[in-house]
Every structure is written in structure tokens, then in C-alpha cells.
Design a protein around this ligand. Structure first.
Ligand code: SF4
Ligand code: SF4
Length: 77
């Protein structure tokens, strides 16, 4: 029983650590053409257009990666 608790704690710690080191998506200012597709597809409205370029609010972003697959210009990594 005690061994299972230790394993569960280690598993939880690994998940938390993995979530912490995962980086949020970033927009390449060079590649972004400001089409706004990612703005429309983001489920939590974390993206806005500023000066014709997409900007991601990393505090709001839930890291779903939808914008990465949506951008046909490959501007989000
Ligand atoms: S979908 Fe791509 S090109 Fe269009 S605004 Fe978003 S990042 Fe820029
Ligand atoms: S990863 Fe998801 S939540 Fe974050 S900016 Fe892209 S679409 Fe929005």
C-alpha cells in the first residue's frame, strides 16, 4: 500500500514538472501575415492582432496547440 502511494506521488510530481517545462506557443513576427485565423480558432481568446501580427497572451493560453495547426503560414511554433 505504501509503495503505491510513493509511486502515485512520483507520477504526480513528474506530470507537474512536465507541465511546468512545457513552453507555450510562440509567433514568428517574420512569418505571421496577420490573417487572423488563429485569433478566431483559439478557444480561450488568448490571441489578438497587434500592429498586424498575432500576439499570444501566455497567461490565458491553455496550450491546446490549435493555433499551431491552424496557421497555414507556419508562423506559430
Ligand atoms: S494564423 Fe498565422 S499568419 Fe494568421 S495571424 Fe495567426 S499566426 Fe499570423
Ligand atoms: S495553444 Fe490553444 S489556447 Fe494557446 S494560443 Fe494557441 S489556440 Fe489559444
Amino acid at each position: 500500500m505504501k509503495k503505491n502511494v510513493v509511486i502515485a506521488i512520483l507520477l504526480l510530481a513528474t506530470i507537474v514538472l512536465f507541465a511546468m517545462v512545457q513552453s507555450k506557443p510562440e509567433v514568428s513576427k517574420q512569418s505571421c501575415v496577420g490573417c487572423g485565423d488563429c485569433v478566431n480558432y483559439c478557444p480561450v481568446q488568448a490571441i489578438s492582432l497587434q500592429n498586424g501580427k498575432a500576439v499570444i497572451d501566455t497567461d490565458v493560453c491553455i496550450d491546446c496547440k490549435m493555433c499551431i495547426t491552424t496557421c497555414t503560414y507556419n508562423a506559430i511554433k
